[in-house]
Structures are given as structure tokens and as C-alpha cells.
Design a protein around this ligand. Structure first.
Ligand SMILES: [Zn+2]
Length: 227
């Protein structure tokens, strides 16, 4: 007896959920399927075109951006619901934010490709980041935390453009840090994920052992069997 279409879909869905859960447990992705193996926000953003369990771009819509930021604990639920209202009132402005971020990610990935092959970062990109940074008016604010207090940078902007701030800021921080020399792309050429190589011996080759590393190990094993 064959499976009905409904059963097949259910089976596919449950395989997908099981795969996502395993990758969450391994610390490779978060609950929303966004990769968290970059080692910092800037690189997780660079990797956000891929989202486990989804075929299209991980940041295909403004809602996706809200989910990305919430799942990285950079946006509170109530702020997100305000921005949902904003999306309803002014979809064009929200669309502009998401398009700006997709373009920024594209250019940042080119910079990462240059850096990981030993080239310096394109100075035009620095100018672009500076233009973004100049557009944010911010102030510092002391807030209670779970233990003691925390000093936060607050953005005066209330509109959807404020969502770019944590990303732009971490890209700037990254470019000014020693993570630049430690950035690598996964050794699997079909993968395209970037990470900061903080392994003690500096020999990390794969985005994660649970995905590309394991696949490479299995392939090497099969090759040995063939020989
Ligand atoms: Zn990989």
C-alpha cells in the first residue's frame, strides 16, 4: 500500500522538523533555522541567505527580518509587534529596509570572500558602512539586567530603519577586529557559509561537523571503500 500525498507531505515535514531539531541541539542553527555558527552577528547575517527548512532566501521578507532579529535576541516581542503594525501602514518603507539589507549582505559577502582569500577589504564598503552609521542618532542608556546593570546603545529612530543598526554596527565592529584575519569560508565549496575560526589549533575547516564536516568524512570513507 502506497502512502497518500497527505502522508508523504507529513513524512517530509516530520523529517524536516527532526533535522532542524538535531541542528539546534548541535548549536548549528537557532529554533528558526537561521545559522548561528558564524561566531558573531555580522557573520550570521552574512549566512542568513540560507535557512534550514526553507528553500527561499532566509531574509525574503520584512517578517523574515523580524524573525531573524528576534531569534538572535536583538528584538523584543513587543517591539516586533509595533513593527508589524508599521509594515501594515507603510509596506514600501519596510520593503526598502529589507532591500537595503540584502544589498548590504551581498557586498559584505564579497568583502568576506576577499578577506578569506587574503585580500584587503574594499574601501568602498567601509564608506558604505560609515554612511549607514552616520544615519543613526543614538545615545547610551543604563538599564537593569538579570544581574546588575547593562549599558545599552539606544537608537532614536523608531521606524524600521532601526533594525539595520545592530547588523551595521557588528559589521563595523568586525571589520575593526582581529576576527578579520580569522574569517574562513567552509571548505565545502557548495556550502558558502562563513565563520570566525576561533578553534584553539586554528584548524577548523567546516562550517560545522554536523553538516559539511560529516558529509566530507562520509565521502572520504566511501572513496576508501571504492579503492
Ligand atoms: Zn559548510
Amino acid at each position: 500500500m502506497g502512502l497518500s500525498r497527505r502522508d508523504m507531505n507529513w513524512k517530509k515535514w516530520s523529517i524536516r522538523v527532526a533535522r532542524l531539531r538535531a541542528l539546534v541541539r548541535a548549536g548549528v542553527v537557532n529554533n528558526e533555522g537561521f545559522y548561528t555558527l558564524g561566531g558573531r552577528l555580522a557573520l550570521d547575517f552574512a549566512n542568513s541567505h540560507e535557512r534550514v527548512g526553507r528553500e527561499k532566501d532566509g531574509l525574503a521578507s520584512f517578517e523574515d527580518l523580524l524573525t531573524f532579529l528576534k531569534s538572535h535576541r536583538l528584538l523584543h516581542e513587543d517591539e516586533a509587534s509595533d513593527l508589524h503594525m508599521f509594515l501594515f501602514q507603510n509596506p514600501a518603507r519596510c520593503q526598502k529596509v529589507i532591500e537595503g539589507l540584502i544589498q548590504l549582505r551581498h557586498e559584505f559577502r564579497q568583502v568576506l570572500a576577499d578577506l578569506s582569500s587574503g585580500w584587503p577589504a574594499n574601501p568602498d564598503f567601509m564608506t558604505k558602512i560609515n554612511d549607514h552609521l552616520a544615519g543613526f542618532r543614538s545615545f547610551l542608556k543604563l538599564e537593569p539586567a538579570s544581574e546588575g546593570m547593562v549599558l545599552r546603545t539606544v537608537i532614536e529612530e523608531k521606524g524600521p530603519e532601526k533594525l539595520m543598526f545592530p547588523i551595521v554596527r557588528d559589521i563595523a565592529d568586525f571589520l575593526a577586529s582581529d576576527h578579520v584575519e580569522k574569517t574562513k569560508s567552509c571548505a565545502n565549496e557548495d556550502c558558502g557559509l562563513y565563520f570566525v575560526n576561533l578553534s584553539r589549533n586554528g584548524r577548523r575547516r567546516w562550517c560545522s561537523m554536523s553538516t559539511c564536516g560529516n558529509r566530507a568524512k562520509v565521502n572520504a570513507y566511501l572513496k576508501r571503500q571504492e579503492a
